[in-house]
Design a protein around this ligand. Sequence first.
Ligand code: ADP
Length: 678
Amino acid sequence: MMQVVLSAGAVLLSLAVIGVTIRRQGLTLSACATVAALTAASALEVLDFMVMLDPDRLFEWKRWVLAVESLLPAAWLSYSLTHSRRTATSAVPRLQWFFAAATAAFPLAALLLPPEVFIYSPDFATERVLFLTVHGYYFYLGLLLFVVVSLVNLEGTYSHASLLERWRIKFDFIGATSYLALLVLYYSQGLLHRSLNMGLLPVRSLILALAAAMMLYSLLARGSGVRIAVSRNMAYKSVVLVAVGLYLVAVGVMGEGLRYFGEGFPKAMAIATLFCMGIALVVILLSETLRRRVRVFIHKNFYRSKYDYQTQWLHFTDLLASARSSDGLMEAILAGYSGVFGMNSGVLFLKSGDNGPFRWAVAREQAPVGAFFSSNDLPVRRMAEEGWIVNLREVSPEEFSGAGEFVRENSVVFLIPLSSGEGLEGIVALGRPVHEGELYHYEDYDLMKTMARQAASALMNLRLSEELASARELEVMGRVSTFILHDLKNLVYTLSLTVDNARDHIADPEFQDDMLGTLGNTVNRMKLLIARLRGLPEKQSLNREEVDLLLLAGESAGLAGGRDCVRVGGSAVCAHVDREEIQKVVMNLVVNALEATEGKGPVTVEVGCGNAPYIRVSDSGCGIPEAFRAHLFSPFRTTKKKGLGIGLYQCRRIVEAHGGRIDVESAPGQGATFTVWL
Ligand code: ADP
């Protein structure tokens, strides 16, 4: 009698749901799927009822039962893929298409094979149990698999719904999932005992009735037409899968237990399971971390993400990229954080010195003058060592030796560590939340950390490039001063040579004339040098003019001071050059030649014109060591004790600026010849 009521109730309620669905939605894909799923469920009710009522024609009825059961996978799979979803076939993952195709195997099997292939019942009239053959076992195993897939799909839909959508579809979903969960229970029990226990039918009818009632309530009271967009790569971490998996393992253990320990096992097992669950519950209730983990787990799986990470990340990256200075960058970091987490105040503290405290660098509101975070404060140490985000709702301001007041006054809520490979670089303090009561959880922390990584690396890049720029400046300064030193050295050389000669020849009027000329020249060159210093770091352009190279070579040799041992000869050749610069070249070469001959000479300067005008400086000094040839024109390379290694480098640059080149011929011990082609 009870079975009649339950089955009739279930069927009537299902029919009501079907009716309302068609009226509300018409013949849409989703409505058709609902109709198919509920029709199959009701037909199963009626047919199984007939099996019980008319056991003599068991196999006749069973053929129909199997036919309807074979339609369950297709019906519920399409229900789970279309119900309350935005149905775009392109959004259906390939795997689901495969499943959909596979559902065809069930009706084929049920149509082609007689029911005796699936079940047998030695004495159905007295004991209402249907035993499964091997074929039957796999048939129901497959069915179970499809019921689980449908459950996972429904979970996917639910986890993508917004809060409002959830409110509207809640009962609908609870109804459908409870019916499917019951099917899991029913078929898994069947697989465990290798028999279908018809004694469970009233439970199935009851659940179907309840499920249909909830669906009906949902349809009538909360309306239909919810369309949820489900992404293709949904729910890889399905709670349903985990739960069903655990349940099946438990069933498996029960099955093994039954086999070895006989019928008494389920009772012992049930007591043991209850006991273990009790212990687990106590552990969970007492453990804060576990509770938090469970909370996070549930949140991650059943609630939509609070943030659209991709958008947030792109936005933050854009903000950082638009900053042009380090201050701008730090302001961008604060603006990013304050905007995302709804905070009115934000301050960025940067590490001063190697182990020094963290002092404020940029503040969005009032600057917290005097406040600092010491590296020895325990929360700061934790930030540095474990990358912890400090929540001031959990940590007392007293723990900060130098920032307690700042933390309190600004209602600071979070301290976020900005760490690079070299440790903690800075701390972002966020305070005065826009919504006082806003709750922050693991998602906020995840995003804060991701942004911190981004911000820290941007800060480090900027710091490194600033360091590089100042290092370059220093290098240029160093190089320029070396150039100047070199010029000065040449001038001093000329002067000291004049002084030396003056001791012997000062009375000689010709020498006096000469000396005056040399001194005047040196003064001019010093003036030039001073003038050049104004145009640091290097001369940018050449002041070309028509210059008689022979005359210029004579003057330069004179300036170099080797009046007695330098011979200047050749033909008067005119060239369009920067007099001052070419003079420098010849002077450099002559000074080098004099040094190579230890001031004794002879040094010859020859001016001529081959393919192009040239000035050739030759000496018969020590020559250039073979090993040094490759470094001859490189800056700062020298073989002399007091040398700078600048002269030839400078010469090459000047000559190349004129579009010319310098050739060198030398053999060790036999002197050297430098030819400047202009
Ligand atoms: P510095 O004279 O300060 O060493 P230079 O750039 O003028 O710098 O010269 C670089 C090196 O080239 C010298 O140290 C020397 O070894 C070699 N060198 C230059 N000119 C001659 C030369 N005429 N004979 C031999 N070696 C020379």
